[in-house]
Write a protein that binds this ligand. Structure first.
Ligand SMILES: Nc1nc2c(ncn2[C@@H]2O[C@H](COP(=O)(O)OP(=O)(O)OP(=O)(O)O)[C@@H](O)[C@H]2O)c(=O)[nH]1
Length: 589
């Protein structure tokens, strides 16, 4: 129901499906109730146009009250269709246009298609084939854009009708064959009936009356099978028209009789003018020209109201023959004149229609080209955006890789620097005690001499030697000697200030560089060192073991730029301390 694509087999089936649908409606769902009513309106009154008209009018009022625009559109269309049957198809246009306007306002492609299709079929009946084709072809585009393929297929029938009336029989037949294939494939009896009917008209118009009769009879059989009285009447009217064309007036009159009854049974007034025209031709055919004139008079009113010039031309030509047969010369001349005028108007219309069609085709082609160009532009910009994004992705990746590489390089460089520093430190460090080795302390001393010389500061150097260390080694072993050295270094460090630097010269000899330190300060530090070592308790490694150091002190002299002399003087002082009896501090003189 929501997809609006029901294909019922006949009237009874229609009513059964509608009842089923109604039973399925969720209670209180007013919107779906209106959707259902729209379907009901379209499908339930095929055999009763007046009741359908009344139903559509009241449903339209309800939809307006509920401000349900979609339902309003549906009921406008429904009412238009029953209006066309009750009076003339031209009267339906008011509702079709009103519905179409609303459909365009809410941009509802399916309902725009419905409106255009309905309006197109009226225009086609009025002889405005170009306008009709513009609307019908547009309807197809709308349906297709809304994905409503069944509705688009149904619309093909009307397109075929318009092409037939325009005299484009090949095009009309192509559309009908397409419709026939789809209708058969879907077992859609209603559409098959319409296809037979249209093929009948087409065969008749293109001079194949035998085939026309076959098609119309098939349409008639299907209409009877479906209990569709309205279509039955239309098929009978079509048959009558073919019979008249074949000068078979009695079968024509019979068919018209059947058509009249069937039309009356469904209150369909829309074909009354055509009925009278065909009656006139048939009556004239059997020699009843006076009756024919009455028929023509009635037909003329209806056809004029419908503004159908094609039928008017047919009517005037037929009436001229009856006028002539009755000896009404003046009337004959007038009707012949009217025939000429109507045909001239038809020619004019044909030319106008050609122009309208050409301009529509031009517009459509231009629009298609424009759409294709827009699509191509969109595809191009999509490709450009894609490749830009691709480039950006690569750039981001390259940046990321660059960043990672830079970090990696930085890390490698840092590690290298750290290794170098470590190697340098290791190269300057004594492995056993962890203080500066000979190279390290030489370097420190050289820098401090330079600095003291530059700034005119004082600088002192202590030369330490462990007393009788050989004896410790010899008595207690080399291992214990190492431990004793470690303890001595620790005791020395405790005695030093933050900026004093201790280094091992080798074996049991150490140097201490004392920046900014003069004679008194150096003696003080040296004594503290000596005292700390002397006070060492090493019972934990060797009970009763006592160690001591002798210290020689030298100081920088004014103008001295090399450490060698300082070292020599400190050695001399140490020598004196040793010879003074160990565990002593001696300064250079
Ligand atoms: N345990 C140990 N002994 C070492 C190390 N380096 C040198 N020695 C030893 O230290 C001793 C130093 O002895 P000497 O130079 O004769 O000096 P000393 O015995 O202290 O005598 P004086 O200096 O005159 O008091 C030698 O026996 C070296 O073999 C070391 O790293 N560890």
């Amino acid at each position: 129901m929501d997809s609006n694509e029901l294909v019922p087999v006949d009237t009874a089936e229609t009513n059964r499906v509608l009842a089923q649908l109604h039973a399925l409606l969720p209670p209180g769902d007013a919107r779906r109730e209106r959707v259902y009513r729209a379907l009901y309106c379209e499908m339930s009154f095929t055999n009763n146009a007046r009741t359908g008209l009344a139903y559509a009018s009241s449903a339209l009022a309800d939809a307006m009250h509920a401000a349900d625009v979609h339902a309003q559109i549906d009921f406008h269309y429904c009412r238009g269709q029953y209006q066309a049957l009750t009076t003339t198809s031209a009267d339906a246009l008011v509702d079709y246009n009103a519905g179409l306007l609303l459909a365009r306002q809410v941009n509802d492609a399916e309902r725009i298609g419905d409106g255009l299709s309905l309006r197109g079929s009226v225009e086609s009946l009025q002889g405005e084939q170009a306008l009709a084709l513009v609307d019908l072809l547009e309807a197809n585009r709308s349906y297709t854009s809304a994905g409503k393929h069944i509705l688009a297929e149904g619309n093909l029938l009307d397109i075929a009708g318009a092409y037939r009336r325009l005299g484009e029989y090949d095009k009309a037949r192509a559309y009908l064959e397409q419709s026939r294939a789809w209708a058969e494939q879907r077992h859609d009896n209603g559409s098959q009936l319409q296809v037979h009917m249209e093929l009948g008209y087409l065969d008749d118009d293109s001079g194949n009356s035998g085939e026309a009769i076959q098609e119309l009879k098939q349409a008639l059989a299907l209409a009877k099978q479906m209990s569709d009285r309205q279509s039955e009447a239309t098929a009978q009217l079509g048959l009558a028209e073919v019979y008249n064309g074949q000068h078979e007036y009695q079968p024509a009159l019979d068919a018209l009789g059947q058509a009249g009854t069937a039309f009356a049974s469904v209150s369909d007034q829309s074909s009354m003018a055509m009925m009278h025209l065909q009656y006139g031709i048939a009556h004239a055919g059997v020699g009843q020209h006076k009756v024919a004139l009455t028929d023509y008079a009635t037909a003329e009113t209806g056809i004029t109201a419908d503004r159908n010039i094609r039928y008017l031309a047919q009517l005037y030509a037929a009436r001229a023959r009856s006028d002539y047969a009755l000896g009404l010369l003046q009337a004959t001349i007038e009707d012949l004149q009217r025939t000429i005028n109507a045909n001239a108007e038809l020619d004019l219309m044909a030319r106008r229609q050609e122009t309208i069609l050409m301009s529509y085709q031009f517009d459509t082609t231009r629009r298609d080209l424009e759409n294709r160009r827009l699509a191509a532009d969109a595809a191009l910009s999509r490709t450009q955006i894609d490749s830009l994004e691709q480039v950006r992705r690569w750039q981001r990746l390259a940046l990321l890789l660059g960043g990672v590489l830079t970090l990696l390089l930085a890390w490698l460089v840092m590690r290298q620097i750290q290794h170098l520093r470590r190697y340098k430190r290791m190269a300057m460090t004594d492995v056993l005690t962890g203080v500066a080795n000979r190279r390290g302390i030489e370097k420190v001393l050289a820098e401090e001499v330079k600095r003291a010389h530059g700034a005119g500061h004082e600088l002192s150097l202590l030369h330490l030697d462990v007393d009788d260390f050989k004896e410790i080694n010899d008595s207690h072993g080399h291992q214990l000697g190492d431990w004793a050295l470690l303890r001595i270094v620790a005791a020395c460090k405790d005695a030093l200030r933050q900026f004093d630097q201790l280094g091992r010269w080798g074996g049991d000899e150490f140097y201490v560089v004392l920046p900014n330190t003069g004679a008194d300060g150096s003696v003080l530090v040296a004594e503290r060192l000596r005292g700390n070592v002397e006070a060492l308790n090493m019972d934990d490694i060797c009970p009763q073991l006592r160690v001591s150091v002798s210290v020689g002190i030298s100081r920088i002299r004014p103008g001295e730029t090399s450490a060698d002399a300082m070292i020599r003087r400190a050695d001399v002082a140490l020598y004196r301390a040793k010879h003074g009896g160990n565990n002593r501090v001696e300064s250079e003189p």
